[in-house]
Design a protein around this ligand. Structure first.
Ligand code: SAM
Length: 182
């Protein structure tokens, strides 16, 4: 095995957890790459984003691949409990802003932590949450700090929490946090 970047690592870990019978969630649809990945590897996907542009980009990507197993939700992921009441096997967060668009429209630690807490309640036994935390350039520093602080307090009787970070790479590569339900 070779060490890949943390986005690819998130997909690798997720592939080992979810199945074609799984319900999964993309908490930050963005340009749709993670939604597409989840749609290809699970039964059905819920995908959230607060930006219509992001949901349209995601819809276009899915249409190109003729995938119809995704429910797109134009709302903040912190409201996940309004839309999903069933157990889910995989949840992916890819924090930050929509690449190519306004950097100020980005995830923030308060709603991100609320969304993490709510989706932890939905995770099935052995279900996995991946959180890719971007920090660098002009944003993400406070969110990184607060999210890392929060995940370190998660009850170890119920969840395992792993943090992966490349220690010698330039340009602030994202940190990957994995939360597995015991
Ligand atoms: C880094 S992008 C996601 C990239 C995406 N996973 C992909 O594969 O292209 C982060 C996205 O989070 C969205 N976002 C920001 N705050 C949000 C919130 N509270 N709920 C849901 N999405 C949010 C942004 O609009 C942006 O599209």
């Amino acid at each position: 095995m070779s060490l890949k970047n943390n986005l690819a690592m998130a997909h690798e870990f997720m592939k080992k957890t979810i199945t074609k019978n799984s319900i999964t969630v993309d908490m930050t649809a963005g340009n749709g790459h993670d939604t597409l990945f989840l749609a290809e590897h699970s039964k059905s996907v819920y995908a959230f984003d607060i930006q219509e542009k992001a949901l349209n980009n995601t819809k276009d990507l899915l249409n190109k691949q003729k995938l119809t197993n995704v429910t797109l939700i134009h709302d903040g992921h912190e409201n996940i409990d309004r839309y999903i009441q069933e157990p889910v096997d995989g949840v992916m967060f890819n924090l930050g802003f929509l690449p190519g668009y306004d950097h100020k429209v980005a995830t923030n630690h308060e709603t991100t932590i609320e969304a993490i807490k709510k989706s932890m309640l939905l995770l099935s036994k052995n279900g996995l949450m991946s959180i890719l935390v971007y920090h660098g350039q002009d944003s993400g520093f406070t969110e990184k700090e607060k999210v890392l602080e929060f995940v370190s307090t998660i009850d170890d009787n119920q969840f395992k929490v792993l943090k992966l970070s490349f220690e010698n790479q330039r340009n602030y590569p994202p940190i990957l946090i994995l939360i597995e339900k015991k």
